[in-house]
Design a protein around this ligand. Structure first.
Ligand code: ATP
Ligand code: MG
Length: 304
């Protein structure tokens, strides 16, 4: 696919906040009295129920997905608090986005998608097949799909423009952008946080194959985590039970959507045509899967 469905989300109008930006899934606001997104001290990040697949934002929403993602992100920030700080100020948000919104500190973000991989798949596998390495890191010969990488590797990517794919880059490219010392810090933090999270997820029956973090700095220069963390949208979660290297693993969250789109809907993912809306059954199964991920990881009942 080469296009996005127009990201024309109807971001809700929220008292006290001004809508400034929407990504594929999330809507970003600044305080109504702030001049612009650069000078604002706080942001309101809202996870919608939108879902994307094969780089398209689908016409169908998954009820409660926004609350699952925001709840998981908050839970993880808490789990990681002794390793790294984060941008969260409060989850006391306007009623219309309750449970889906977070008020966060407006950070100065590093322009790097900080990816850690503990398993070889996706663009990592493609790069490995083509070159034997990923982001300039040489890997042993003979690795197969979904093989574990020990130790996990830092495979940064540049943030893509709307409609483009993120591009894997080398450590040296990151060092050129942010300086060697900062690049080393981002790399070490990314791997350390991944290892911690991978262990926590593993204890709960979920394999965290890879994940992406975005870091930024506070006014005093401290590096903290921004964005969302360790959600199914920023990570690959696999069911530990069915795991077997050498074959494609089914993704915990979007598998029903992907399967239906590619095998049953008649839609051609290589075409420029937007995918069709999802049948109710696919929506419901997908919703259940997101909630299952939340409950497995947090060991809490998802608040209905
Ligand atoms: P995609 O839908 O592919 O993720 P996107 O990254 O443009 O596209 P969002 O993720 O919804 O869309 O956008 C959130 C934006 O806010 C990102 O640019 C992210 O880097 C930025 N961001 C996240 N946390 C903070 C923060 N605390 N301070 C400032 N900017 C932040
Ligand atoms: Mg993003």
């Amino acid at each position: 696919a080469s296009g996005y469905a127009a990201p024309a989300p109807q971001a809700p109008v929220l008292p006290g906040w001004k809508h400034v930006y929407s990504g594929k899934v999330r809507d970003l606001y600044i305080p109504a009295d702030a001049a612009d997104a650069v000078s604002a001290e706080q942001l309101l990040m809202v996870a919608s129920d939108r879902i994307s697949a094969y780089d398209w934002v689908l016409d169908s929403e998954i009820p409660d997905k926004g609350r699952v993602l925001t709840g998981l992100s908050l839970w993880w920030f808490d789990q990681l608090a002794d390793v790294i700080g984060n941008h969260v100020i409060s989850s006391d948000v306007p009623e219309a986005v309750a449970g889906r919104g977070l008020i966060v500190k407006n950070l100065s973000m590093f322009p790097v998608e900080c990816v850690a991989r503990g398993y070889l798949t996706g663009s990592g596998m493609s790069d490995y097949r083509a070159t034997g390495s990923v982001c300039g890191i040489q890997l042993p010969a003979g690795l197969v799909e979904a093989d574990r990488l020990e130790p996990p590797i830092f495979t940064p990517a540049t943030k893509a423009e709307l409609g483009e794919h993120d591009e894997n880059v080398s450590f040296d490219a990151v060092a050129e952008t942010v300086g060697t010392e900062t690049a080393e810090k981002l790399r070490d933090l990314t791997v350390e946080i991944y290892q911690r999270a991978e262990q926590i997820a593993r204890e709960r029956g979920i394999i965290l194959a890879d994940t992406k973090f975005e870091f930024g700095t506070l006014p005093d220069g401290t590096i903290v985590l921004g964005d969302e963390v360790l959600t199914p949208d920023s990570s690959r979660f696999w069911d530990a039970e069915g795991y077997e290297a050498g074959k494609a693993q089914s993704s915990f969250d979007k598998q029903f959507v992907r399967d239906w789109l590619t095998e049953e809907s008649g839609w051609d993912k290589a075409s420029d045509t937007p995918p069709p809306a999802l049948p109710a059954e696919v929506v419901e199964k997908t919703r259940a899967r997101y909630i299952e991920a939340f409950e497995k990881l947090t060991r809490e009942t998802f608040p209905g």
